[in-house]
Design a binder for this molecule. Structure first.
Ligand SMILES: [Zn+2]
Length: 368
């Protein structure tokens, strides 16, 4: 296994803490075992059924809370047949647990006992939970405006919670500054195993659809780790000859913060970023995704789409989802709110998978 930079193609041996290439781009892991259906072990909990295709674990075995292998259920949305991937049923109520589980296992392997992270809430809550499970001290920097439920969740797991005033980027700066000797920045964005954890969603969908890929894979995008990780997962399935065609990706963003859509429309090779503007979909309020370049490439290769949702569309979609039994947070509702605007691209009979990424309990609707 080794890390590669997709921008300058430099290679770094694994294990390493140098997740950022000297050229400034994030690195990705390559050299893992190819996907082999015979190697899937359904006796293992959650995503650990794919253990043979994942990086080696600590000698003490996996630190796990049962993440992954979330249900895929069918539904109808305004006449369109879809499958909902219930990522909010992960142990901390968000998809982040897929990546965090692998990152924390890496920390345990390296005998790291103090970590810091910055998050709009979900990644921080996830790291706090897995750190508690592993006996690692965690300090999480969150924007002051993050959901009170998410902040409470981080604190209740026993992590040190630090609220940072100003836009989301200030929390990142604070976490980076806090990284000193013996304190590792366990960034879900920069750590290469986050993406590896996210690849498992593609493998699950493939299994759950009876050994085929969907035609469309739709996710809300902030840093875009789920969408990019899923793409990498589908690519490995194609490389193993298990699927003939990759799905088209849809990166749903809030109209108030849509750096990917702007870069796609502008024909850019990398994401330049947008000015910070608050949105109810706090998980997608990322003005310049770290893996923007790779995301744009994946979206272009997949003939993907980058629709945006207004604040009102997001609120309406969240309420309507709840009315059919699916209680998700506004960030997740953004992926559903864009469905009407992309509908004309979807042919009848095509399979559409929508990732419902975070629980409504994290950002409760106020009933009037
Ligand atoms: Zn590089």
């Amino acid at each position: 296994m080794r890390l590669i930079c997709h921008r300058c193609e430099s290679v770094e041996p694994w294990p390493t803490d140098r997740w950022e290439c000297p050229c400034g781009a994030p690195r990705e892991m390559i050299g893992l075992a190819p996907f082999a259906p015979d190697a899937v072990d359904p006796r293992e909990p959650g995503l650990w059924r794919y253990r043979a295709m994942l990086p080696p674990l600590p000698a003490t075995g996996p630190v796990t809370l049962g993440e992954g292998f979330t249900p895929l259920i069918s539904g109808i949305w305004e006449g369109l047949s879809v499958y909902w991937k219930l990522e909010y049923l992960n142990p901390t109520g968000a998809f982040k647990d897929r990546g965090t589980a692998l990152v924390v296992n890496d920390m345990v392997s390296r005998k790291v006992d103090k970590v810091v992270e910055d998050s709009s809430g979900n990644a921080g809550a996830s790291l706090a939970a897995y750190a508690a499970r592993a006996g690692v001290q965690a300090r999480i920097y969150v924007p002051e405006h993050a959901s009170p439920a998410k902040k409470a969740q981080i604190a209740v797991y026993g992590a040190e919670l630090v609220s940072v005033s100003g836009p989301r980027i200030e929390a990142t700066r604070a976490a980076e500054e806090a990284t000193t000797e013996g304190v590792v920045y366990a960034s879900h964005v920069w750590h290469p195993l986050t993406l590896i954890g996210m690849t498992t969603i593609a493998w699950e969908v493939w299994e759950q659809l009876g050994g085929r890929a969907p035609d469309w894979f739709i996710s809300p995008v902030g840093q875009g780790t789920l969408l990019l990780g899923a793409w990498r997962g589908f690519q490995t399935l194609a490389a193993s000859g298990l699927i003939e065609r990759l799905p088209r990706l849809v990166a749903a963003q809030a109209e108030r913060c849509a750096p990917i859509a702007e870069a796609m429309c502008g024909g850019k090779e990398d994401v330049e970023g947008v000015p910070p503007r608050p949105t109810i979909a706090e998980g997608v309020a990322i003005v310049k995704p770290v893996r923007g370049r790779a995301l744009l490439q994946a979206l272009r290769e997949s003939r993907g789409l980058t629709p945006v949702a207004t604040e009102d569309d997001i609120v309406q979609a969240q309420k309507k989802l709840a009315s059919v039994g699916l209680y998700v947070e506004p960030t997740s509702a953004a992926a559903v709110a864009v469905l009407p605007s992309i509908r004309r691209h979807i042919s009848s009979g095509e399979t559409v998978v929508v990732a419902l990424t975070g629980s409504g309990l994290k950002s409760p609707v106020t009933m009037k």
